[in-house]
Design a protein around this ligand. Structure first.
Ligand code: PLP
Length: 387
């Protein structure tokens, strides 16, 4: 008998929603080019535009300010550039400021030269150091160009929620432009670009139950835009060349609709997340649940058990039919701490495990997780793996 696997890795990729699959399958013409003027093309265009309205609604934006991309990584690579346009006039962003705990697609600085971006630290709780951001922006040389700031709304490893409205106020006070990576926040906490939530949002379809390979840049306006990364046939009003992936965009739109409606599920998910954490502490009372005291997403638990090597534990969970992530980085065969924990100043040589759940996660799956953790710890896997 095959036992169904327990999927506890929503922050890596959320399971495809039935509504998203249905939208992809029923896109009436999946083969036509939405730029074609014939009826088939226009049918494909209608699908893309309906999805644009759904994605805009999730983010509190106007549909005409949504640019579809192949995912959040491409959205970040497009936005993180010194070269912008205000209407037709060139506009320069002379320096980029990112958070030390940002996702690598932001942390690598996009099209900025290494010498032209600064990294703002986070506190032990994982929250961006607002005073440091303020000080950096105060010393920014405005004559060289505008400051561009990019920060995540919620962290993919710890689930820590950043005070985006406060960050936006600091950036605005210094005349900067703020890009918010809302990939993990969308569908879990309210995001509203019309309400002091930055100038641009980055979204990813597959983190909210849509298909992989679709994402978006959402702007407060489209007057000021980055010089495109992908130049082609003028699609997406010239902001992103290449024929739109109609089926994936249809699925993204459906997932965005569900995500906007699903915020009410947060309390139930938080209850199950608390059950995960209670189980961890029951099995290993000395376990550390990272950023437990911070404002966190309802679905994410990032934890370390002293003496337990995260990668070994992840394999044990996998063999027990449970999918979760080890947040530790592994370079040259050595297990190192995740860059997020490192940024928080947390010593965590053996790595941490991430459990990330969703509305469909069951009590039974959490019990299976708890039993697998107990079995791993009972096997003496702490000392054994610590070498
Ligand atoms: N930003 C955050 C916070 C993420 O968690 C991820 C994916 O893990 C990304 C960006 C990249 O998303 P995509 O897979 O759509 O490129």
């Amino acid at each position: 008998m095959t036992i169904a696997r327990a999927y506890l890795d929503y922050n890596a990729s959320a399971p495809l929603l039935a509504e998203a699959l249905e939208a992809m399958m029923s896109a009436p013409d999946r083969s036509a080019d939405p730029s074609s003027v014939h009826q088939d093309g226009r049918a494909a265009r209608r699908i893309v535009e309906a999805a644009r309205r759904d994605v805009a609604a999730l983010a509190g934006a106007k549909p005409e300010h949504v640019v579809f991309t192949s995912g959040a990584t491409e959205a970040a690579a497009t936005l993180l550039t010194p070269d912008w346009r205000m209407g037709r006039a060139p506009l320069r962003m002379s320096r980029l400021y990112v958070a030390a705990s940002d996702h690598p697609c932001v942390l690598n600085g996009g099209r900025f030269d290494r010498s032209a971006f600064g990294v703002i630290g986070v506190g032990r709780d994982g929250v961006l150091d607002l005073a440091a951001l303020d000080a950096e922006l105060a010393s920014h040389d405005r004559d060289a160009g505008l400051p561009l700031v990019a920060v995540h709304a919620a962290n993919n490893e710890t689930g820590v929620i950043q005070p985006v409205a406060k960050i936006a106020a600091v950036v605005k006070a210094h005349g900067g432009v703020l890009i918010v990576d809302a990939v993990q926040a969308a569908g879990r906490i309210p995001i509203d670009i019309s309400n002091n939530y930055g100038d641009f949002l980055i979204l990813s379809s597959h983190k909210i139950g849509g298909p992989k390979g679709a994402g978006a840049i959402v702007g407060l306006s489209d007057l000021m835009m980055p010089v495109p990364l992908v130049v082609g046939g003028g699609q997406e009003k010239g902001h992103r060349g290449g024929t739109e992936n109609v089926a994936a965009i249809a699925g993204f739109g459906a997932a965005a609709r569900e995500a906007a409606a699903d915020l009410s599920a947060a309390d139930g998910i938080a209850g199950r997340r608390d059950a995960v954490e209670a189980a961890i502490l029951d099995v290993a009372p000395d376990a550390v649940i990272h950023s437990r005291q911070a404002d966190r997403l309802c679905n994410t638990t990032f934890f370390s058990v002293p003496g337990m090597k995260a990668e070994t534990a992840q394999i044990a969970f996998d063999l027990a039919g449970i999918s979760l992530s080890a947040g530790s980085a592994c370079s040259s065969g050595k297990v190192g701490p995740s860059h997020v924990l490192k940024a928080m100043g947390v010593e965590d040589d053996l790595g941490a495990l991430r459990v990330s759940i969703g509305a469909a996660t069951t009590k039974e799956e959490i019990e299976r997780f708890a039993a697998a953790l107990a079995a791993h710890v009972a096997r003496g896997s702490r000392g054994e793996c610590a070498a």
